[in-house]
Ligand binder design. Structure first.
Ligand code: MRU
Length: 356
């Protein structure tokens, strides 16, 4: 996608390193960052300079490649995989990316690993772009159908950031929106701010704005009200892990939106690349470990001050405890359909087997 007219991906290799867009500085500062070592990649994932399930997976793959450039022994490969796997717990794409690298590299002689790792990481990145473009095509047909029925602007609600910043390019939940918008279908996006880290307010709003897509930021609790008043035609969210029976783990607050959508007859779609399915799990509520992050993300908030400086302020009383659950699970029964690169399927074990 473009930033001020220049095409960018969220991650790209240079001759001796990997570069990323530092997402912790958006929307107020656009800055890129160089990852020179596997530890740099691990830190970028842990500190959310890169985030979003697919991008985390690709960054981890490049992390393994960076480790192999320093030393390509079995021990270094095993250590790199373990360190990267522990960087963030929820997104299954992290494990998928790391295990793909391990499976390719482990049987190779040490002398061949560095070159092979670099090629494989780039291939995984390209694959992500192709997958998301296909998600965009399939999902845009749903938006088109709503437009044809309704005849006026299609209002779509989204949560967190599952746009191109969460992937290598295009995004998952936002790919259908970009594809439909580019095809001339009139649409408008309700952007949940997504406390505590505000990925909606800072990242989704920014990238939609860069592409010229009409959008409005709302507080996380507004969705139910909008749906009750016929102001939402559909919801599309991304996800970090989907179980074999279609339970969906995504950013905290997704479940409440799905409940409100169900109560109001609003179609609730989840967009995902098939590597986001964790075929080893069934019951998402019981089986998916949920990331708990630092309470400071709840007690404090950062923003642009009138003097042009970004500062952090405290919003809670001194001494109040805060809990910070990063994700929740939406049961399959609340999901209208899963938009994948292979088409739209029901969130249900039988239908999902076709994605294996
Ligand atoms: O904590 P984050 O910002 O990594 O969470 C991201 C999300 O929840 C996204 O919706 C999800 O990863 C899908 S990204 C295409």
């Amino acid at each position: 996608m473009k930033i001020n007219g220049t095409p960018y991906r969220t991650i790209w290799p240079t001759p001796d390193a990997v570069e990323i867009i530092d997402q912790t500085r958006l929307p107020h500062v656009f800055a890129t960052l160089r990852l020179n070592t596997m530890r740099d990649a691990e830190r970028a994932i842990r500190d959310m300079q890169v985030r979003g399930a697919p991008l985390i997976g690709v960054t981890a793959a490049y992390g393994v490649a960076l480790a192999m450039r320093e030393h390509a022994s079995d021990t270094v490969l095993a250590d790199a995989c373990n360190v990267l796997l522990a960087a963030r717990p929820t997104a299954v794409n992290l494990r998928w990316g790391v295990e793909k690298m391990r499976a390719l590299l482990a049987p190779l002689p040490e002398s061949e690993r560095a070159a092979a790792a670099w090629i494989e990481a780039a291939r995984i990145a390209d694959e992500d772009v192709a997958i998301n473009a296909a998600i965009g095509q399939h999902g845009s047909e749903i938006i088109r159908a709503i437009h044809q029925k309704k005849g006026i602007t299609v209002n779509i609600l989204t949560h967190c950031n599952a746009g191109w910043l969460a992937t290598v390019d295009w995004g998952t939940a936002l790919a259908p929106i970009y594809t439909a918008f580019d095809a001339g279908i009139p649409l408008h996006v309700w952007v949940d701010e997504t406390r505590p880290r505000n990925q909606g307010a800072s990242l989704t709003a920014w990238e939609l704005g860069q592409h010229g897509v009409p959008h409005t930021v709302v507080v996380d609790n507004a969705g139910g009200h909008l749906m009750q008043h016929d102001m939402v035609d559909m919801a599309i969210v991304g996800c970090d892990r989907v179980t074999a029976r279609g339970d969906v783990c995504n950013k905290i607050g997704t479940y409440l939106k799905a409940l409100a959508a169900h109560d109001n007859g609003v179609p609730f779609y989840v967009a995902l690349p098939t590597p986001t399915v964790d075929w080893t799990l069934q019951d998402g509520v019981k089986e998916i470990p949920i990331e708990e992050r630092t309470p400071e993300e709840v007690t404090h908030i950062a923003g642009l001050c009138d003097d042009g400086q970004v500062r952090t302020v405290q919003v809670t009383p001194q001494g109040s405890r805060a809990a910070n659950y990063g994700f929740d699970v939406t049961p399959a029964r609340l999901v209208t359909g899963l938009i994948t690169e292979r088409g739209v399927v029901k969130a249900e074990a039988g239908a999902m087997r076709a994605l294996k």
